[in-house]
Design a protein around this ligand. Structure first.
Ligand code: HEM
Length: 439
């Protein structure tokens, strides 16, 4: 039947039976066009990258799919936002699961993007390579843009349920921004649309969360993946190519073609050394090998987030009340290391209380982000150090990076589990007694 033909073609493209069909698939199919014809077996191995970039992309796709449905049910008004969340929890069929899945994917995307960054750093995969058109530091910068946009997506989504948790987490988060000298207050005013959180804030956060930031993430992701192709694939694959060239250089030359003058004279035989057979050996067709693994990873992200959405419902506290400040009021979990840092850097000297908000909330994270962005230009290790985990030439920088990461995680753990009312030390197992709210 003629109408079945596109489906048969698709099946053949995804399960090619001959090398010809496999290499044709990437040219014929628009979606498969993003893949190279062949990929190195090392790039496909699970341990090379953990597929963490694809995992991040998977969570983003889950967010777009579930967010698209939530968009139809949510009302972005201060009077009705909380009620629409309540409806979602108790009236809408599968509403609670949908919200739980969206929430789980949002948290997991933040975790995955950080792990992906850590993998790229520890394998030195941001390093400049010699291939024509390759410039991996640019993709590292695009990645940093993606990290910032991911955090922005998560932060703006926090406010939308309009419950106490949302309201005060965003209040704490934006108070840190206000501590920048000269422009801080204006920046906070611009973000909130006033001096405190209200309808203009909800409208702004809704627009940013549902349209501006997803569009920015999508565009940056296209650019990011296109750069991976332009940079000649993953950095780990460069080592495979280098190894093949090096081995071919030292291998005995193989007898190639014999040239004669139209068969009238005996010609010489040209002996050649070529890495091509070794490269053929070290690579495999992207279709179906790479495509199947990518599909598997994407399905796993969908399965994990929907399972988590099923077993742990997204929290919904009481409706936002600007008059009742919870004690303690905590920022979203990924900013808690900053809140802890701000508290450590706020101390009393000579009767005067030093406010650590600017130093801990702006200067330290700003310096860390700047250092991260500049790192490809500061890293002077040889190009061979790119694409390999903990290469000896990069061992010290990997250790320093991991030590800094550990400090950030430790601060986050303290802020999450060991800080109670008035930001005093507490035990995660201490009973939660009613504490006076701050006004
Ligand atoms: C929404 C966020 C992101 C998405 C969807 C994403 C996606 C991807 C994907 C699919 C790859 C191919 C390899 C793999 O699966 O690991 C990749 C590679 C890469 N990513 Fe990301 N990424 C994101 C964020 C970042 C961040 C935050 C950085 C670093 C600051 C970064 C830097 C890189 C670099 C340098 C490569 C090339 C790695 C190599 O050659 O081995 N990415 N990314």
């Amino acid at each position: 039947m003629r109408w079945l033909r596109p489906f048969r073609t698709l099946r053949r493209e995804l399960s090619p039976t001959t090398p010809r069909e496999a290499s044709d698939a990437v040219v014929r199919n628009l979606m498969l066009h993003a893949f190279p014809a062949r990929a190195t077996k090392r790039a496909l191995a699970w341990g090379t990258t953990g597929w963490l970039g694809t995992v991040t992309l998977g969570f983003f796709l889950v967010l777009c799919a579930t967010g698209g449905v939530l968009l139809l049910l949510y009302v972005p008004s201060v009077e009705r936002a909380y009620a629409s969340m309540k409806d979602l929890e108790s009236v809408v069929v599968f509403g609670s699961w949908l919200r739980g899945t969206h929430r789980a994917a949002a948290h997991l995307m933040v975790v995955a993007v950080v792990l992906h960054l850590v993998r790229v750093f520890l394998t030195g995969a941001y390093k400049k390579e010699g291939a024509p058109g390759a410039f991996r530091p640019l993709n590292w910068l695009v990645g940093i843009g993606l990290l910032v946009v991911t955090l922005g997506l998560s932060f703006t989504g926090y406010l939308l349920p309009w419950d106490q948790l949302a309201y005060w987490a965003v209040t704490v988060g934006t108070r840190i921004a206000a501590s920048v000298p000269l422009v801080g207050e204006q920046a906070r005013h611009l973000l909130l649309g006033g001096s405190s959180i209200g309808q203009p804030t909800l409208t702004r956060f809704y627009a940013l969360h549902c349209f501006v930031l997803p569009a920015a993430t999508l565009l940056l992701t296209f650019w990011h993946l296109w750069r991976v192709r332009k940079d000649g694939g993953l950095a780990a694959s460069d080592r495979v190519v280098d190894d093949a060239i090096e081995k071919a250089r030292h291998a005995p030359a193989a007898a190639g073609k014999s040239y004669t003058l139209l068969g009238t004279t005996a010609g010489g035989t040209v002996s050649t050394r070529s890495p091509a057979p070794l490269l053929h050996e070290a690579t495999s067709f992207a279709v179906p090998n790479l495509v199947r693994r990518a599909m598997l990873v994407l399905l796993a992200t969908l399965a994990l987030s929907s399972l988590l959405g099923l077993v742990s419902a997204a929290p919904l506290e009481q409706a936002a009340d600007p008059e009742r400040t919870p004690n303690p009021a905590k920022a979203p979990w990924y900013f808690l290391w900053l809140q802890e840092l701000v508290s450590i850097l706020s101390f009393e000297v000579g009767g005067r209380v030093l406010d650590g908000a600017f130093l801990g909330g702006i200067v330290v994270p700003g310096l860390l982000l700047g250092l991260l962005a500049a790192w490809p230009w500061l890293d002077r290790s040889p190009r061979e150090a790119a694409g390999l985990w903990f290469h000896p030439a990069r061992r010290v920088q990997c250790r320093v990076f991991l030590a800094l990461l550990l400090v950030v995680v430790a601060l986050g753990v303290v802020g999450t589990f060991f800080r109670g009312p008035y930001w005093a030390w507490t035990s995660p197992f201490a009973p939660t007694l009613p504490v006076p709210t701050r006004v």
